[in-house]
Ligand binder design. Structure first.
Ligand SMILES: [Zn+2]
Length: 227
């Protein structure tokens, strides 16, 4: 019995502070599905499963990624505990975006309205269509933005951690959110990059990143951007 319990804990359980956080998110009023998302109460399960898979991956439960990434998981856990309720709203009109969210102190105004913090806005057309496959991956991606992780731009050629984490933890997908066998290789590649202990040491070594991975992560993975 003990062995079975141990095996289960190792295979499925997260470290206890993370389990406790996930449990607390189930309390009424913590995860708020609102503003047009009400017809999709199952989003709650996707949030839960995204966090469970994402945390397990960052904490190295299926192959250690390293302490740098474990700290990102801790940071996101802190955000989830500190800034409640967590809002999940729906919106019409991005057209080419599936979702958006913002980091702390980075209020964002889109033509469809303001994105609060912590909030994930989901495109209704995406929820209604086949693009909604792999929704837990998309939700984990958006919640990583809450922890302050951003997509690097022209002035910041650093690693796109959000994309690396999404691909390594959930696998690459095509534009419709479908997985394919060749994308498993892409997933391996993303995890391999994250295991680079010299780039992701105590601190992120951006200079080394630029020398070692001069192509942007978009180009490395050729994956569809989901924002
Ligand atoms: Zn993003």
């Amino acid at each position: 019995m003990l062995f079975l319990w141990l095996w289960t804990a190792l295979a499925w359980g997260l470290p206890s502070p993370f389990e406790a956080t996930l449990k607390r998110l189930e309390a009424p009023g913590v995860v708020e599905i609102r503003n047009g998302c009400e017809p999709y109460p199952e989003l709650r399960n996707d949030v839960h499963s995204g966090l469970r898979k994402g945390f397990a991956c960052l904490l190295g439960q299926s192959g250690r990624l390293g302490p740098f990434h474990e700290r990102q998981a801790e940071l996101l856990r802190w955000v989830l505990e500190t800034f409640q309720p967590l809002h999940f709203s729906c919106t019409n009109g991005y057209g080419y975006w599936n979702a958006s969210s913002t980091g702390p102190g980075q209020p964002m105004r889109l033509f469809s309205g303001k994105v609060e913090y912590p909030e994930v806005q989901l495109e209704l057309a995406m929820l209604r269509s086949s693009r909604r496959a792999n929704l837990d991956a998309l939700l984990f991606h958006e919640m990583l933005h809450w922890a302050g992780l951003v997509h690097p731009g022209n002035h910041d050629p650093g690693p796109d951690l959000v994309q690396l984490y999404e691909v390594c933890c959930f696998g690459a997908t095509d534009a419709r959110g479908r997985k394919s066998p060749s994308m498993e290789q892409t997933r391996e590649q993303a995890c391999e990059i994250l295991r680079d202990k010299e780039v992701f040491g105590d601190k992120l070594d951006k200079k080394l990143w630029q020398t070692r991975y001069p192509e942007s992560t978009d180009k490395i993975f050729q994956v569809y951007k989901r924002y």
